[in-house]
Ligand binder design. Structure first.
Ligand SMILES: *[C@@H]1O[C@H](CO)[C@@H](O)[C@H](O)[C@H]1NC(C)=O
Ligand SMILES: *[C@@H]1O[C@H](CO)[C@@H](O)[C@H](O)[C@H]1NC(C)=O
Ligand SMILES: *[C@@H]1O[C@H](CO)[C@@H](O)[C@H](O)[C@H]1NC(C)=O
Ligand SMILES: *[C@@H]1O[C@H](CO)[C@@H](O)[C@H](O)[C@H]1NC(C)=O
Length: 470
């Protein structure tokens, strides 16, 4: 790791001292002066203070110590675990299953979880599909490679070791790892007359292939832990599809029907886990007054409709992706930042007002290959996303968290799409992530002493947090 263990150690002591102050402040209900430690942690974004998962453990001791590993739940517009809030600082590493399939690369899975947990990341999004491609999980409809399934078992079991929860998308909209186009190829091979990849969403046979895959994965019994996937609290949520789009139907009706059918189907197989769609978050025809927040005018014609799509039975929380560089201009520009803030704030507001659910910014990042890219810009982008979320958190808003795209361990550059972040090579970004983890952990611990959201407004911290500008 690039940031030194020594620094982590001394910061841990500092952290414990700060925590004691916070505990005293909370238990005595004295309120806060200008220089109190919580304010320092929450506001000083330039601090070199690094996250230590061990100190988080100590911080949470008492109420948390004896806890079992429990399911993530949704209550109102918040994620909860065991009656406490669960704001998310997490990451994506999509290829874990494929890497786990070979002994020569399996260690990278452990490495990425280890490194993620050292900067306090608690949720990972990774593919639970690989359809018909090299190292396919599903070789053809309902035909599975047991060796690859065992690789997925390993990913789930390693995640748990590092106290990281998983969001598992079940198919891709794009052709990477098979996706929608592969399902259509299978349909054609079976003699169906299919003319567009979008028939994935409407053809009854293709829908039955997808449902069979859902059923297979959710009912899988992990060969390492013996825990059935649908019973495993390591899994945070199922995602119906990575970035669904149905551009052949700009009205959005076809995708809407597919979401309605599949969200309920997933819940019927597994009522315990949360479900989300996997959308990028574009506003569509149902909300003409919101399309102004889209990054471009094409975005409202891809058959998706943020608010309508999420008002569906079985969908527990909203997802949004943030890619100013692919949606606005590839050339890096500070003008990307105001877009990111308004894009996030609009979705947080909608999730609050219309959806009554948390929203997870489940992919954000910037490509190092973009013209004009520099690492300062990436740091600024990360800080912008994190600050916008903290603004929401402090007000009890719907911003549930974010997952950076994407975290890589050393030595996996050949998989890099330009967006990979290697912590050991990016100490300043690592520090920004650590600091945010610390802040998120504090918010997640606040309710240890006050476990009812209904009382939150009267909490002495609340007044302080909501007037504060981090
Ligand atoms: C396939 O479907 C298209 C449009 O649905 C139709 O025009 C075409 O005639 C069909 N082809 C066959 C061989 O049935
Ligand atoms: C899983 O089950 C098998 C067979 O029932 C048993 O041999 C094994 O010890 C179990 N492993 C765990 C981790 O519980
Ligand atoms: C990095 O890029 C941003 C955005 O284009 C620019 O404003 C800034 O001056 C650049 N910083 C450095 C150190 O090059
Ligand atoms: C956070 O909220 C404050 C006050 O509402 C606002 O001034 C600031 O611009 C916000 N910051 C971000 C990054 O959204």
């Amino acid at each position: 790791m690039g940031f030194s263990e020594k620094a982590l150690g001394s910061n841990r002591i500092l952290f414990l001292i700060l925590v004691c102050f916070v505990l005293i402040e909370i238990s005595t209900g004295l309120g806060f002066g200008g220089n109190d430690p919580l304010k320092m942690i929450l506001e000083d974004s330039e601090s070199q203070f690094a996250f230590s998962s061990r100190s988080q453990g100590v911080y949470s001791s008492g109420a948390m110590e004896a806890d079992e590993w429990q399911m993530v739940e949704k209550k109102g517009n918040q994620f909860m675990v065991n009656g406490q809030p669960f704001y998310v600082n997490g990451f994506n590493t999509y290829w874990l299953m494929v890497f786990a399939a070979d002994q020569s690369t399996r260690g990278k899975v452990t490495e990425v979880f280890q490194q993620a947990s050292s900067v306090g990341l608690t949720v990972c999004r990774t593919w639970a599909f690989n359809d018909g491609q090299w190292r396919a999980l599903q070789k053809s409809p309902s035909v599975y490679d047991e060796e690859i399934f065992q690789a997925l078992d390993f990913v789930v079991s390693e995640a748990k070791k590092y106290k990281i929860r998983l969001i598992l998308p079940l198919v891709n909209n794009w052709d990477a790892y098979g996706g929608k186009p592969q399902y259509v190829k299978w349909g054609k091979a079976a003699g169906l007359n299919l003319t567009s990849d979008d028939e994935f969403f409407s053809n009854p046979t293709l829908k039955s292939y997808y449902k069979a895959h859902v059923k297979m994965v959710l009912n899988r019994i992990n060969t390492i832990t013996n825990v059935t996937y649908k019973e495993d609290p390591t899994i945070f949520a199922w995602e119906l599809m990575n970035e669904p789009r149905c551009p052949s139907d700009p009205s959005g009706d076809i995708l809407q029907e597919w979401i309605e059918e599949m969200a309920v189907y997933v819940k019927s197989v597994d009522p315990k886990h949360l479900v989300e769609i996997g959308l990028e978050g574009f506003y569509g025809p149902s909300t003409p007054n919101r399309v102004q927040f889209n990054p471009n005018t094409y975005a409202q014609q891809v058959g998706t409709d943020f608010i309508r799509n999420h008002l569906v039975l079985g969908v527990d929380f909203a997802s949004v992706h943030i890619y100013a560089d692919s949606w606005i201009s590839q050339e890096i520009s500070d003008a990307h930042l105001p877009f990111i803030i308004s894009w996030m704030e609009a979705h947080i507001e909608d999730a609050q007002k219309y959806l009554n659910m948390p929203v997870l910014f489940s992919e954000f990042g910037v490509s190092t290959k973009d013209p004009g890219y520099n690492s300062t810009f990436r740091d600024t982008l990360f800080k912008t996303v994190y600050r916008t979320l903290l603004n929401s958190t402090k007000k009890g808003g719907s911003g549930g968290g974010s997952l950076l795209w994407q975290l890589f361990p050393d030595g996996t550059d050949y998989m890099d799409d330009g967006y990979a972040l290697v912590l050991s090579r990016s100490p300043s970004t690592s520090n920004i992530i650590s600091l945010h983890s610390t802040r998120v952990a504090i918010f997640n611990s606040l309710c240890t002493w006050n476990c009812h959201w209904g009382c939150k407004k009267q909490h002495p911290l609340e007044a302080f947090l909501s007037t504060d500008d981090a």
